[in-house]
Design a protein around this ligand. Structure first.
Ligand code: S3P
Ligand code: PEP
Length: 729
């Protein structure tokens, strides 16, 4: 694009001009504004080259024309520019409602012109007018395009490129879907803010009310300072969807009013806890992935003291899944409040299960029984979590309803045929994306039959998916694993009174039984503890105790590997909690030596191998990892990601198809570098630990995924003397 014309030069149009001109100084921008003052300001601020008096002149010669006036004026604007348009010109808009724009265009042109690409930047602000324009308004924000099947693909591509050049992330949506979603997420909140402020402004004591109004009021009503004309137009243009949302809100408010009236604290707390956890969970979806955070970690750490890492991720997922289909109320403590486990929790809420919490790791699940799940209203969101999508594909394969399981960009690359193949053999109807990746759509009502499955890879997720489907299948389902993998599904099913038998490498159950609610205490996650087992082992002077760690023998590969390397780890206070062994682990610095990691330990330490590679780089001699090809299909290709990161830190590590060769040195000082983490929490945390042995500062990029499994990793690191700070560059 060489020439952009902006009709309506306010915050939205002005910010686009500012962003594009910063990147492309020779871009010609012309504009139109009704007020002479705005025309003058746009020129003075250097946002436009010309602000002619007529629309015809303002659009002349433009490649793209952006309509950025209030939505109800579009029809008048389109009618005015129509006689002057040339066939190659592209029109787009920035309206918050799309259906009404289609209608306006049809009235003016008889149809939606193929070169009219409907768009909506989700980047407003309560500030308005050209003087509020900012070159970074669209940085990392979403722009939604809502073309139809007749929209010209070239025109779409040009508009998408324009927004990307302004720093935005472009996504596509249907017109109706857009209007319904925006009614709920943007239009209703604005309406409520206007209404609340207006109501309070009429109260007798409104001066006092506003004088003493504190943070909550200010946060809630910030958007009531938005442009009244623009919002008047939006509420009218999106009237139908708005009314649906207002009614739904009014019902919720009436229910809450009744709870206040009855002083029903329990009901309110349940409602608020549900709202809080939904907000915590969904906030991470709101920020496009371009809003990355990075950590700068400077060498040195003490690694002394006593800490407890958060609850076990594998058990947290399973506690929700089994609690939901059990009869009765399951109380969970020690639940991991990380994004992955919260994704599982939200899925079951979406399927109608009442779940209270989590509050300080306590969750109460009101089980609905084997056949009580309800069809979710939308796709289920799995976030970054392979465990959620694979286990749920098994659990949901035998339901009566259709359901689609979808996750983030990292999950979208992970192989799902490993579960869809055996489930299809059981009779499930499952569609995957091309290449056997998510989203997965499960068709309801398919009768399942038990099978015997010889697993081709050592995967607890595949084993669990087949066993969970087996609960709903006719007859016996059995799975034989090529090597032992974590057995929490089997243990927990037994805890819920559902018999799973173990016979060597084979686990079996018979479908059609029932689960009875029970209490579950989730121990601390050994996979999270692993970062500190390694950190203390490579930090001279370290003496660290990790309390209440789950030491189920199918998970303790990391302890065995580190002991073989010469680590000083003691198990203290060993006991059993709810059928799972736990212990305190005391770890002190010890000079490590390189080893060939026994392949039998690989599946028992699969998530801990990335940080093991950091230990290896600090050990005397070479460490060889083989038989670990599964690492290539985790949240990232963990073999490549670790080898690349180690190379950047100055370690001549080599990737192998099924592992890596890592040269070690007891005096290792890592070089300063910036590390790519590929949206993978374990890669990120491994390199934070490595950075404590760097010569200066290591930048660990895109750190936010740490929250999937270890939300307080940063706080615990800082408590152990790790020097880190956040940066967005
Ligand atoms: O069942 C589970 O809870 C898990 C199994 C493992 O995956 P695979 O089954 O793919 O090895 C592991 O990597 C994952 O973090 C959790
Ligand atoms: C592989 C992992 O998790 P998931 O498969 O659940 O995404 C992990 O936590 O390291």
């Amino acid at each position: 694009m060489r020439h952009l014309s902006i009709v309506g030069f306010g915050l939205i149009g002005g910010s686009l001009a500012a962003a594009l001109r910063a990147r492309q100084p020779d871009l010609v921008v012309t504009g139109f504004a009704r007020s002479a003052e705005t025309r003058r300001q746009a020129l003075e601020l250097g946002l436009a080259d010309a602000m002619p008096d007529t629309l015809a002149e303002a659009i002349e010669g433009a490649d793209i024309i952006l309509l950025a006036t209030p939505v109800l004026s579009f029809e008048t604007v389109l009618a005015a520019i129509r006689p002057h348009l040339t066939p190659s010109q592209i029109i787009t808009d920035a309206g918050s409602v799309k259906g009404s724009v289609v209608d306006a265009a049809c009235r003016v042109f008889g149809e939606l012109p193929p070169r009219f690409v409907l768009g909506h930047p989700i980047a407003g602000s309560e500030n308005s007018g050209v003087t509020a324009a900012r070159a970074d308004l669209y940085q990392g924000r979403r722009v939604l395009l809502t073309p139809d099947q007749h929209t010209d693909p070239d025109a779409q591509a040009s508009v998408a490129q324009m927004w990307r050049d302004a720093g935005a992330q472009v996504e596509w949506l249907g017109v109706e879907e857009h209007d319904q979603i925006l009614a709920a997420t943007s239009h209703l909140p604005h309406l409520l803010a206007f209404s609340l402020v207006d109501t309070l402004a009429h109260e007798d004591r409104h001066l006092d009310i506003f004088r003493y109004a504190a943070g909550g009021f200010r946060d809630f009503t910030r958007i009531a300072a938005s442009d009244p004309v623009m919002w008047r137009d939006i509420f009218i243009a999106n009237r139908t969807a708005m009314l649906t949302q207002i009614d739904a809100f009014a019902d919720g408010l009436a229910a809450l009013r009744a709870e206040v009236d009855r002083a029903d604290g329990r009901a309110m707390q349940t409602r608020f806890a549900r709202a809080k956890s939904a907000r915590d969970f969904f906030t991470q979806l709101q920020e496009p992935q371009t809003m990355s955070k990075h950590w700068q970690v400077t060498a040195g750490a003490t690694m002394q003291g006593t800490i407890r890492v958060p609850g076990d991720k594998s058990m947290s997922h399973r506690s929700i899944m089994l609690g939901a289909i059990a009869e009765g109320t399951t109380e969970v403590s020690g639940f991991l409040e990380g994004e992955d486990a919260l994704a599982t929790l939200q899925c079951f809420r979406d399927m109608g299960v009442q779940i209270d919490g989590p509050v300080d790791g306590r969750v109460t699940i009101h089980g609905v029984g084997m056949h009580g799940l309800r069809a979710p209203k939308d796709r289920l969101w799995m976030g970054n979590s392979g465990t959620s999508i694979r286990l749920l594909s098994g659990l949901l394969a035998g339901q009566s309803f259709d359901v689609t399981l979808q996750g983030d960009d990292s999950l979208a690359k992970r192989p799902m045929k490993r579960v869809s193949d055996p489930l299809a053999r059981m009779g499930a109807v499952i569609e995957t994306a091309e290449g056997g990746t998510p989203p997965l759509t499960l068709r309801g009502g398919a009768p399942l039959k038990g099978i015997h499955y010889d697993m081709p890879m050592a995967s607890a997720q595949v084993k669990s998916a087949v066993l969970l489907a087996g609960l709903f299948a006719d007859g016996e389902t059995s799975v034989t694993e090529p090597a032992p993998t974590r057995d929490h599904t089997e243990n927990m099913l037994n805890g819920f009174g559902y018999k799973v038998e173990r016979d060597g490498a084979t686990a079996r159950l018979v479908g059609g039984g029932r689960l009875t609610a029970c209490d579950i205490e989730v121990p601390a996650d050994i996979s999270s503890a692993a970062f500190f087992l390694v950190a203390a082992s490579i930090t001279p002077g370290a003496d660290l105790t990790l309390t209440h760690v789950g030491v189920n023998p199918t998970r303790t590969g990391i302890i065995d590997i580190l002991l073989l390397m010469g680590a000083n780890i003691e198990r203290l206070n060993e006991h059993t909690v709810g059928g799972e062994p736990v212990a305190d682990l005391r770890v002190r610095y010890a000079p490590l030596k390189g080893i060939h990691i026994p392949e039998a330990l690989v599946p028992l330490a699969i998530d801990e191998l990335p940080v093991t590679m950091i230990a290896a780089a600090c050990a005397e001699g070479d460490t060889l990892i083989t038989g670990a090809e599964e690492l290539r299909v985790k949240e990232s290709d963990r073999i490549q990601a670790m080898v690349d990161g180690l190379n950047a830190l100055g370690v001549a590590a080599e990737a192998r198809d099924d592992g890596a060769l890592i040269p070690g040195s007891l005096d290792r000082v890592f070089a300063d570098a910036a590390i790519q983490t590929h949206m993978d929490h374990r890669i990120a945390m491994s390199f934070v630990i490595a950075a404590t042995r760097a010569s200066g500062t290591v930048v660990v990029r895109d750190i936010e995924h740490v929250a999937t499994s270890f939300p307080n990793f940063k706080a615990l690191c800082m408590g152990l003397g790790v020097k880190l700070s956040e940066t967005s560059h």
